[in-house]
Write a protein that binds this ligand. Structure first.
Ligand code: CA
Ligand code: CA
Length: 224
């Protein structure tokens, strides 16, 4: 390992970028902590994470889709319909960027301690790709294909159609050709593994998980 000249203080390397955006006050940190599963310390860690992520791809100080993908799956080389949808939900005011408050509140949904009922509702919104308030067959099909793709399973169209048909009939208990929230909740209760994507275990200890988010640059472990 090199002996980098220790004279160069890291904070001096890029002063403008670090100070461009106002750091939220302690009050905002504690408000977010009270609204979510995170402690005040964890919200502060998330703020550092937010800042790092926000300049990782597009250096504009906001989190964009690529950054979110990296945060959730720790890689940035796969496009994912799942991440697209999560991004849409995180991006509450739909301007293509996620602000810090939305980031913390949305991540909290994926916290291991968040009640299943909350995850279930959020998952329903994820699948309702076209925001109709129902999951239609086509939407289910797109998500099935996406989830299969993420698990690197390659199935023929026929097999996918069969899976979708079978699943759809099972979920659409009332048989009206679309899945409502009630049918969804009944189905997920019977098939809890559907919510697997809705929990990110490392959020249990954000402060510990944090160093692994650092993107190949200086790890500020000395501050922790
Ligand atoms: Ca829909
Ligand atoms: Ca139905």
């Amino acid at each position: 390992m090199g002996c980098r000249p220790s004279k160069v203080a890291k904070s001096k390397l890029n002063p403008e970028k670090a100070e461009k955006k106002l750091r939220p006050g302690n009050k905002e940190f504690s408000t977010l902590a009270s609204e979510t599963q995170f402690t005040v310390n964890e919200v502060e860690s998330l703020y550092e994470l937010y800042q790092k992520l926000s300049v990782s791809v597009v250096k504009d100080g906001f989190i964009r889709k690529e950054d979110l993908h990296f945060a959730l799956f720790r890689n940035n080389n796969k496009r994912s319909i799942f991440v697209d949808r999560i991004f849409d939900l995180f991006d509450v005011n739909r301007n293509g960027r996620i602000d810090f408050g939305d980031f913390v509140r949305s991540l909290s949904v994926f916290h291991p301690k968040t009640p299943e009922a909350v995850k279930m509702k959020y998952a329903f919104k994820l699948y309702d790709l076209r925001h109709t308030g129902y999951i239609e067959r086509q939407e289910l099909k797109e998500m099935v294909i996406a989830l299969l793709g993420e698990s690197d399973l390659v199935l023929s169209d026929d097999v996918v159609e069969t899976i979708v048909d079978k699943t759809f009939v099972e979920v659409d208990a009332k048989g009206d050709g679309r899945i409502d929230i009630e049918e969804w909740e009944q189905y997920v209760t019977k098939n809890p593994s559907l919510l697997k994507n809705m929990t990110l275990p490392y959020l249990m200890d954000v402060t510990l998980a944090f160093p692994s988010f650092v993107i190949n640059t200086e790890a500020d472990e000395s501050h922790l």
